[in-house]
Write a protein that binds this ligand. Structure first.
Ligand code: ADP
Length: 366
């Protein structure tokens, strides 16, 4: 049992003051699980723990309590309400059997006025406790932030998985339809195969991302024209279902570029799906290709309402989303990273009376 005289709060008191204090103190016993006081109770005094441990808890919601800290022999609690004359801000419960010394508020204030040593100890202990609380709080905030990023990330995974799954579902229906010809079944098989590969690539990319290491960027000389044609073929059936036209103003150039097709396909899919999302009542998506000496620029334009001003300045930042119920705001930031990994640039421009125009330039190998 810790004696009241040895408490860090009272060790500065003169012997006669200590004797006076011991005379005013009331010893209280609590069985395990008993409530010492509840939030909202009047702050009638301060407690010093002689034996046992208590839990200090605060209400987070109407039903949920959160344990803020645990205190043991020699520690004190209940000082805040005594100092500021406000009701108790937390609930204290005995964790084990507890013996505590109760110092009534009036007695405590009398001593504070008489003994500058007690006031100093009180301020020091109070400040140490606040620092400790700040440290604890900061850790919790960081942890909550991490969890919220993980939550957003999980939503984005679901979002990115939905597109290949939609294509697989469409192709499997085509493969199973009685009226399908062997050729159509072969096409459906090919589509399913490609989408399964895409999903597996995405999983690998996500695993790399969560490990915190850079995804290996495998750039190989690839015919850009063929790559674009194949990508558009994959996406066309899904788009046609939504009364949206997809066309190229000029053919994609048959130029060899250094590409990672498994990653670059995400840029096309993300930009085209965003355009589809922006045109719920149908519309047109037009691709055009500008062939320069040093780079090939690809533009994807839609006939939707254009980029909302609310999101325009943060468009390529992670988690910037606007006007979508299931938007995660990761799509464009991922596109930007993929294009930059190809040493290219992605940007958007607006022109009055036109929808959104996204443009990315990929360098031609020297
Ligand atoms: P998400 O689609 O999950 O919201 P993105 O990063 O892909 O995340 O897009 C961010 C925001 O940019 C979207 O929420 C939308 O407001 C806007 N946006 C993107 N593409 C278009 C588009 N083609 N037309 C209009 N707004 C768009």
């Amino acid at each position: 049992m810790v004696a009241i005289e040895t408490s860090k709060l009272f060790h500065n008191l003169a012997p006669e003051e200590l004797r006076g204090l011991v005379g005013m103190v009331e010893t209280r016993h609590y069985p395990a699980e008993a409530t010492v006081f509840r939030a909202g109770d009047p702050g009638d005094g301060l407690y010093l723990i002689g034996e046992g441990t208590v839990q200090i808890a605060a209400a987070v919601t109407a039903e949920q309590m959160k344990v803020l800290t645990r205190l043991g022999p020699g520690d004190f609690f209940g000082e805040m309400a005594v100092l500021d004359h406000e009701p108790r801000s937390a609930t204290v419960r005995a964790e084990t059997e507890v013996t505590a010394f109760f110092v009534p508020r009036a007695a405590f204030w009398q001593m504070m006025e008489r003994s500058p040593g007690l006031a100093t100890s009180m301020v020091r202990e109070f400040s140490l406790r606040m620092r400790d609380f700040n440290r604890h709080y900061l850790q919790e905030v960081l942890q909550a932030e991490r969890l919220s990023v993980v939550g957003c990330f999980a939503r984005s995974i679901v979002h990115d998985f939905k597109n290949p799954l939609a294509i697989i579902s469409f192709a499997s229906e085509m493969a199973a339809a009685q009226a399908s010809t062997p050729d159509e079944r072969q096409i459906a098989h090919g589509r399913i195969h490609r989408q399964v590969n895409r999903l597996s690539n995405m999983i690998n990319e996500l695993l790399e991302f969560t490990r915190g290491s850079q995804t290996a960027n495998v750039l190989a000389l690839t015919d850009y024209g063929t790559f674009v044609q194949q990508t558009l073929e994959e996406i066309r059936p899904e788009i046609a279902e939504k009364s949206i036209g997809l066309s190229c103003e000029n053919p994609p150039p048959a130029v060899a570029l250094l590409l990672d097709p498994h990653r670059l396909i995400h840029v096309f899919l993300n930009l085209i799906h965003n355009a589809v999302d922006a045109m719920p009542n149908g519309g047109k998506i037009t691709l055009r290709f500008l062939v320069g000496d040093r780079e090939i620029a690809t533009e994807i334009e839609d006939t939707g309402p254009g980029i909302a001003p609310e999101v325009a300045a943060r468009l390529f930042e992670p988690f910037a989303t606007h006007g979508k119920t299931h938007g995660t705001g990761l799509g464009l930031s991922i596109c930007k990273r993929i294009i930059e990994d190809h040493r290219g640039r992605l940007h958007t421009r607006t022109e009055p009376g036109r929808g959104a125009i996204f443009s990315f330039a990929l360098p031609r190998p020297s």
